[in-house]
Design a protein around this ligand. Structure first.
Ligand code: PLP
Length: 248
């Protein structure tokens, strides 16, 4: 992570500069992978940041926000709608989700990246019934060879059954896969596996092509593996004060 924050040690970088830096990284990764940058959506991860900071990034042209805590996200969705009524960002819920928060999340989110169990499919479907549009969802995979139940994600062998469950409900749209590179594992190798599971999913549902992967420290590896959505917090907003409370 020093590679990211170290470059900004000399003078505080403005939001414009940080966003430009991230766009340069995305463009360079796309160029070396022979990909079109228009095919990679930048999600600004605003967890731990006040609504004002997120509004600044939105005003610079970012259209997608990610949050990992239901209460914090729904509060900020209201605040940002008041601060900047003309900006209508897409909200991505990227954190572990409890069933009893499904209703709140279905109220503001465009896409939930962290569907990882059958009980959550049922809860989100019920919650999404009152929306005007169905809710887009991604299946979060646990890529850790040594799975940690506190981190979230479905074990790869259970992916197909979870996909069928989403296809079997009325108010959810199955859009793809998401993961976080496990600690101590080469990110590129992990993201290559994720893209393999994306292909397994697309054999079941051809339109489910979204691959949400890559954060501030590993977005290049994700883009070269084929990510369609990168989730970037620190590189856009600087270090979070309560980093320990906002781990993925
Ligand atoms: C916090 C978080 C990110 C962004 O992490 P950074 O390293 O700050 O870019 C991405 N994805 C998830 C799931 C997160 O919780």
């Amino acid at each position: 992570m020093d590679r990211i924050t170290g470059s900004s040690a000399a003078a505080p970088r403005t939001p414009e500069q940080r966003l430009a830096d991230v766009r340069v990284r995305i463009d360079a990764a796309c160029a070396s992978a022979g990909r079109d940058p228009a095919d990679v959506t930048l999600i600004a991860v605003g967890k731990g940041m006040p609504a004002e900071r997120i509004t600044e990034i939105l005003a610079l042209g970012v259209a997608d926000i990610g949050e990992n805590k239901a209460q914090e996200a729904s509060d900020k969705a209201v605040q940002i709608a008041e601060l900047a009524p003309d900006l209508t960002p897409r909200w991505h819920f990227i954190g572990q989700l409890q069933r009893n928060k499904a209703r709140s999340v279905a109220g503001f989110a465009s896409m939930v990246h962290s569907v990882d169990r059958l009980a959550l499919v049922t809860a989100l479907d019920r919650a999404a019934a009152s929306r005007s549009q169905p809710l887009d969802v991604l299946l979060q995979l646990d890529l850790d060879p040594d799975p940690d139940p506190t981190r979230g994600g479905v074990d790869p062998p259970d992916l197909a059954a979870l996909a069928e469950a989403v296809l079997g409900v009325e108010h959810l749209v199955l859009c793809g896969v998401m993961s976080v590179a496990p600690p101590g594992v080469d990110a590129r190798e992990a993201f290559d596996r994720l893209v393999g599971y994306s292909q397994v999913l697309q054999a079941i549902q051809p339109s489910a092509h979204v691959v949400s992967a890559g954060m501030s420290g590993d977005l290049e590896a994700a883009i070269s593996a084929g990510a369609t959505h990168v989730r970037v917090g620190t590189a856009l907003f600087g270090a979070r004060k309560l980093a320990s409370e906002h781990r993925p």
